[in-house]
Design a protein around this ligand. Structure first.
Ligand code: 5GP
Ligand code: ZN
Length: 144
């Protein structure tokens, strides 16, 4: 949870330069480097340099720094790989597929018919359910 560097965290070690990576971008607040197990060539990870377990803990300044570089980094990845599309994937929590517990964004270049897919089983709200959860979320935001 803390934003101090976590000595057990592999991405903190990469951010500190203690573990090598194929760095593509760095500034005071964020680092981008190639994923060691790419889904496709040019698969990049963008991380805040401060430690936080997930997006939920990400300080606003670090989130702003991520947001500032994300479109530029996306353009560079797409230009170099010749991708026609890009997935930005962000897993939070083990049940959502997060393995490294330091917040990070995947940039995954895509081309037509690349065979990379994922299950997206769209559901439907029942009567009144959408209104209920809308009010709960907007209420939680108003109180945060
Ligand atoms: P998650 O499932 O947590 O969203 O994704 C973690 C990602 O980190 C995985 O895609 C994995 O390949 C990548 N990864 C794990 N350890 C290292 C490492 O030491 N170096 C690099 N470059 N990527 C790593
Ligand atoms: Zn960390």
């Amino acid at each position: 949870m803390s934003n101090e560097a976590n000595t057990d965290c592999i991405f903190c070690k990469i951010a500190a330069g203690d573990i090598p990576c194929h760095q593509v971008y760095s500034d005071d607040a964020v680092l981008a480097f190639l994923d060691i197990g790419p889904i496709s060539a040019g698969h990049v990870l963008l991380i805040p340099k401060c430690h936080c377990d997930s997006i939920v803990d990400l300080p606003a300044e670090a989130a702003a720094a991520i947001g500032l570089v994300l479109p530029r980094l996306s353009r560079a990845v797409m230009e170099v790989t010749g991708a026609k599309g890009l997935n930005i994937l962000q897993n939070n929590g083990a049940c959502a597929g997060q393995v490294v517990m330091h917040a990070h964004f995947h940039l995954i270049p895509r081309v037509p018919d690349d065979g990379l897919g994922y299950r997206w089983n769209a559901g439907k709200y029942g009567e009144g359910e959408a209104e209920k959860i809308r009010d709960q979320i907007s209420g939680a935001l108003a109180n945060s």
